[in-house]
Write a new protein. Structure first.
Lengths: 110, 113
């Protein structure tokens, strides 16, 4: 099956810093999503980005489908950005399962 | 904005007891899923459901698990005889409307004691 690898596994930053999280996937995909898992365990949908670039406030994401990777950028980090960021992909149609990477644990220090 | 809702948010149960986790997917979605996340680990696929039957299931989804869509709105996951290792966060998700974007519920934290 398709492999999804995220890097780095852990990242500790000071408030105000910028960060880049990477997601590599081993095969072509029809969907790629980025999620933020908050301290309460909820999965917050950040981006639906099978290709191209999107921005939402301080967050932006880019997926280069032909090279099988996606990047999540967080600018001017805040302590509320802490948590685990997951990349997840779908290989086939709407009925296909979504496969998660192992996540990047981001800790923002005040 | 439409959302997937799950109940309960937390459940504590004794080993060997049956539990039913409930989900209300987004109303015009046709594909439904359950995922599990053991504390500190990645989110794992359990089962997908379409047209009132299971379309795919993982190795985790053994005979102790079952899913059902008892009416037009609810989607349930039943664990017949819970084990300590079933303790996890369980997420329901749905897709549809011509897109593969998955919408997840807020999760049910199950603790088996």
């Amino acid at each position: 099956g398709i492999q999804v690898e995220q890097s780095p596994p852990d990242l500790i930053l000071q408030e105000g810093a910028n960060s880049t999280l990477r997601c590599n996937f081993s095969d072509s995909v029809n969907n790629l999503q980025w999620f933020h898992q908050n301290p309460w365990g909820q999965l917050i949908n950040l981006f639906y980005i099978p290709s191209g670039t999107k921005q939402n406030g301080r967050l932006s994401a880019t997926t280069v489908a032909t090279e099988r990777y996606s990047l999540l950028y967080i600018s001017s980090s805040q302590t509320t950005d802490s948590g685990v960021y997951f990349c997840a992909v779908v290989r086939g149609s709407s009925a296909s399962k979504i496969i998660f990477g192992s996540g990047t644990r981001l800790s923002i220090r005040p | 904005e439409p959302e997937v809702t799950q109940t309960p948010s937390h459940q504590v149960t004794q080993m060997g007891q049956e539990v039913i986790l409930r989900c209300v997917p987004i109303s015009n979605h046709l594909y439904f899923y359950w995922y599990r996340q053991i504390l500190g680990q990645k989110v794992e696929f359990l089962v997908s459901f379409y047209n009132n039957e299971i379309s795919e299931k993982s190795e985790i989804f053994d005979d102790q698990f079952s899913v059902e869509r008892p009416d037009g709105s609810n989607f349930t996951l039943k664990i017949r005889s819970t084990k300590l290792e079933d303790s996890a966060m369980y997420f329901c998700a749905s897709t549809g409307g011509g897109r593969t974007e998955a919408f997840f519920g807020q999760g049910t934290r199950l603790t088996v004691v």
